[in-house]
Design a protein around this ligand. Structure first.
Ligand code: ZN
Length: 96
């Protein structure tokens, strides 16, 4: 059972990229059985929390000196990559 498997039928409900477009409160029809599935709410918000850090670092950039900019942008990139990976492969699907 992977994080993209349908909780109704056990088959693959959607692609990881489609899952990224699905918000924590939205639901989608499983492409195998057609019943509604959505991401697990608590884990979804936890997975999206690096996005808040990236937003916070935007404020930091306004005050930081230019030589710190590449480091901040690199950390932002890492945080976003971790966020997308966690959302696609760690947050399970639930029945809706
Ligand atoms: Zn299904």
């Amino acid at each position: 059972m992977t994080a993209s498997d349908c909780p109704h039928c056990g088959r693959r409900a959607l692609s990881p990229s489609r899952k990224l477009l699905l918000g924590p409160s939205a639901s989608i029809a499983c492409r195998a059985c057609g019943r509604r599935v959505g991401v697990a709410f608590g884990k979804a918000w936890l997975a999206l929390s690096p996005g808040l850090l990236v937003a916070a670092s935007g404020l930091l950039v306004a005050h930081a000196s230019v030589r710190h900019l590449p480091m901040i942008l690199a950390l932002d990139g890492l945080a976003l990559a971790a966020m997308f990976a966690a959302y696609a492969w760690w947050v399970p699907l639930q029945r809706r």
